[in-house]
Every structure is written in structure tokens, then in C-alpha cells.
Design a protein around this ligand. Sequence first.
Ligand SMILES: NC(=O)c1ccc[n+]([C@@H]2O[C@H](COP(=O)([O-])OP(=O)(O)OC[C@H]3O[C@@H](n4cnc5c(N)ncnc54)[C@H](OP(=O)(O)O)[C@@H]3O)[C@@H](O)[C@H]2O)c1
Length: 257
Amino acid sequence: MRILVIGATGVLGARTARLLAAAGHEVSGTSRGTARLAALEADGIHGIAMNLLDRASVDAAIAESRPDAIVHLATDLADLDYAGNARLRTEGTRTLVDAALDGRVDRVLAESVSWTTNDPAVESLERDLARVPAGVVLSFGLLYGADTWYAPDGAFTAQAATGVVEGITPVTNWVHVDDAASAVLPALDWPAGPVDIVDDEPAELLDWASVLAGRAGFDGAVQATSRGGGRLTDNALARSRGWVPTRPSWRDGLGLA
Ligand SMILES: NC(=O)c1ccc[n+]([C@@H]2O[C@H](COP(=O)([O-])OP(=O)(O)OC[C@H]3O[C@@H](n4cnc5c(N)ncnc54)[C@H](OP(=O)(O)O)[C@@H]3O)[C@@H](O)[C@H]2O)c1
């Protein structure tokens, strides 16, 4: 299959693009500039410079790669730019859905998050994907593992080292970033609709915060706060379709590489 991975240099996208190429697919991957394209090519991925918020550049990337499937894994959270990230979910997704609706690609898979149902950008992404006959929304739990916020050198691990932890929800569904990436290959054949990609063990905020802070070297009483609310889920549907997390519990790796 010819696959266009949007965000192929990212924490999740790089792992995913490599797995898809290793499985024998013809993979093209995007980055906004040209500086990171050589690294993609070295991994057997055809690199294309493209900005998801620039419709002309998206159209050119689709014309160049002629994909059977597009995998939208572009996020923009390095500087906690939530507004910019929301645009990738709304405008960016819509551009890809338009390409599917006018017949330039059959399948579109897009990254979402498992923990909310009331974020307007997430709702927009999921509503748009539902318009694609072969549209699959992968709603990932909170990512941990190497290169994420919760790696030993990650921003939230550094914060936890002070004994203060800010969670998103009172109970969290986690997923290791390698397991998250491993869901995309089978999902190319899944029926349309949303699927939660999370590990087996939901985590109470104070429980995981204490583990993360302890691994970061803090040995006092942890102060943990969350925004409240949120959606809690499980991986029954993904497991029923053959996806199995190799790290069933966040306890084994949160705060480690
Ligand atoms: N479910 C989750 O928990 C979740 C999901 C996502 C991220 N995060 C956290 O957020 C941290 C930072 O993530 P991040 O998203 O900032 O960085 P990232 O994963 O390193 O990169 C995001 C990817 O999106 C691409 N991208 C960004 N803006 C784009 C645009 N306008 N058009 C096309 N592609 C675009 C980037 O491409 P170029 O930079 O090469 O142009 C890159 O490939 C991660 O380490 C992770 O911990 C968590």
C-alpha cells in the first residue's frame, strides 16, 4: 500500500513511519521544512516538505505520493501551543477529508486523544473523519516513553522531580509510545470509526504522580492536581481487532526511557 504519513518526524509519527516501511509498505513522510527529510530517506521513507495548514502544499504532497492511505499524526505541542495544535486537528484534518471526499485517497487515519469528548478541536476532527467512508480515528491514551513529556528528560518528569504534578484528568489511560505506533499498521485494515488505543491499567492521579516523582528522585509527599472531568476508557475494541499492548501497565515504564 502507498501511505502518506503526516508528521513523520514526530514522537509518534517517526516510529509509525518506520514500522509501516518495515512491513513492506511504500511510505512517504512529511516535515514542514527540508532539514529533516534526509533522516526520513535514510529510514527508507520518501520525504516530502509540507505544511498541513497550507492547503496547496498538502495537495502537492498528495499528488506526489498518490497514497492509498493517509495517516495524520501531526501535532504541535513542543511549546504547549494548544491553539496551533487545535488548528492541525480542525483545518488540517478538513483538508485531508476533502482529499478523500474528492477521490484522491481512500483511507484516512487520524490521531486523537482518549481522554476528552468535549474539546471542540477533537470533536471537529472526529466529526470530519466520520465523513470519510474509510476513516479511522485512533484515540490514544497519554503517551509515555522515550522522547515524550514523561521520559527521564521530559518536561513533566522534571516538574515531578519538584514534587508537583499537574495531570489532565483525575484518572488517566496511558499508552507507551511504541505500543501506540504499533496500532497504526493493523488499523489500516480496521473498519471506519473511532478506536481507543490505551493500556490495560487506568491510573489514579496520585498513584501515577507518586511513581513518576519517585523515579525523578523526589521522596516527599507529592502534590497532584488535575483539571477534573475527562473520559476514561479501555482497549477492548482494539484488542478484539488484534492489537495487544506489549506494555500492559504504565507502572513498568512511566518516567523511564
Ligand atoms: N496522546 C498524547 O499524549 C500526545 C500526543 C501528541 C504529543 N504528545 C506530547 O507532546 C510532546 C511534543 O509533541 P509535538 O507534537 O510537539 O512534537 P513531535 O511529536 O515531535 O512532532 C509533531 C509532528 O507534527 C509535525 N507538524 C507540526 N506542525 C505541522 C504542520 N503545521 N504541518 C505538518 N506537520 C506538522 C512535525 O513536523 P516537523 O516538526 O518535522 O515539521 C512532527 O512531525 C510529545 O513528546 C508527547 O509527549 C502527547
